[in-house]
Write a protein that binds this ligand. Structure first.
Ligand code: GTP
Ligand code: MG
Length: 275
């Protein structure tokens, strides 16, 4: 993986900051709590070791998204400290357009293949207190980033976007994918005693100090399920955040419902069997 920061410096990874990421986090410890959602009116809590003004890194995996990436980058608030795109060997001019749209964008050149590998690389390159993941196809609106940040600042460790709770929705999901996604969420809920309303959705955020717990080590579209299940297994506090998904602006999906559905089931079962 190679990281290109806007200074023009091209650095191999891990960086010094990345190597010491775990040490940077004072008071990091595993907590023994059952995951749950914040309820309406539940009081906001803030841990002393979480920065009062956390910095935010946005990580966006891209694979041939030249027609969409400028729209997405323009919608990211200037309040976001770091925007990273992780490119998976795009054969179009995604990177050039991204640099033009947002000159301060950090480019990570993915060495492996697949969305999971890209997210893993992007998270390792991120330096913000909070890491937000969203897609490059225009279906996940960066204007919703503050919702995720608020959910984390008011007690959540991992904020998972959901299209299936009040305030969320989708103008994109097909009937077959909706049924598949709900079945997979139910499988996770039964096996892990969770309450997810949505499993396979690429919009989520977490405190970067939780990255070691998530240990993202998969390649493909099973990445969202893997991260959600690892968050449950690590007993970090999971909250759901309503989000509205619009159809991708241009181009075609890289996901295959059948192939990736099977990979997701395998991932969930493997995590359940893992000691
Ligand atoms: N770096 C990288 N990004 C990828 C790869 N595969 C997909 N992506 C990106 O991951 C995001 C989600 O991929 P999509 O093809 O939109 O999949 P999806 O959102 O599940 O499917 P649709 O709802 O039909 O769009 C997009 O930003 C893609 O460009 C990959 O192998 N490498
Ligand atoms: Mg998409």
């Amino acid at each position: 993986m190679t990281v290109s920061r806007p200074t023009g410096e091209i650095a191999g990874f891990p960086t010094e900051a990345g190597k010491h990421a775990r040490n940077e986090i004072p008071g990091f410890s595993r907590r023994r709590r059952r995951p749950h959602r914040l309820g309406p009116g539940q009081s906001a809590r803030f841990r002393s070791h979480d920065s009062a003004t956390p910095s935010v890194s946005v990580v966006i995996p891209t694979l041939n998204e030249a027609e969409n990436i400028a729209y997405v980058l323009h919608r990211i608030s200037r309040c976001v400290e770091e925007t990273i795109i992780v490119d998976g060997h795009s054969s179009d001019n995604t990177i050039a357009i991204a640099k033009e749209a947002r000159p301060d964008v950090v480019i990570v050149y993915q060495e492996g293949r697949g969305k999971g590998d890209a997210i893993s690389a992007g998270c390792r390159a991120a330096t913000g207190d909070i890491v937000v993941l969203l897609d490059a196809d225009g279906s996940t609106d960066p204007a919703e980033i503050p919702r995720f940040v608020v959910a984390l600042r008011t007690g959540g460790d991992f904020a998972k976007g959901t299209r299936f709770m009040v305030g969320g929705g989708s103008a994109d999901i097909t009937w077959i994918r909706s049924v598949g996604n709900k079945s997979l969420a139910r499988l996770v809920n039964v096996l892990f005693g969770a309450k997810f309303t949505d499993l396979c959705y690429g919009y989520f955020a977490f405190w970067r100090r939780c990255l070691p717990d998530l240990s993202i080590d998969c390649d493909g579209f099973e990445v969202e399920a893997l991260i959600a299940v690892r968050a449950l297994r690590a007993n970090i506090r999971v909250v759901e955040v309503p989000s509205f998904e619009t159809p991708r602006l241009h181009g075609v999906s890289k996901l295959s419902a059948r192939r990736d559905g099977i990979r997701i089931v395998r991932t969930i079962i493997a995590e359940w069997l893992r000691p």
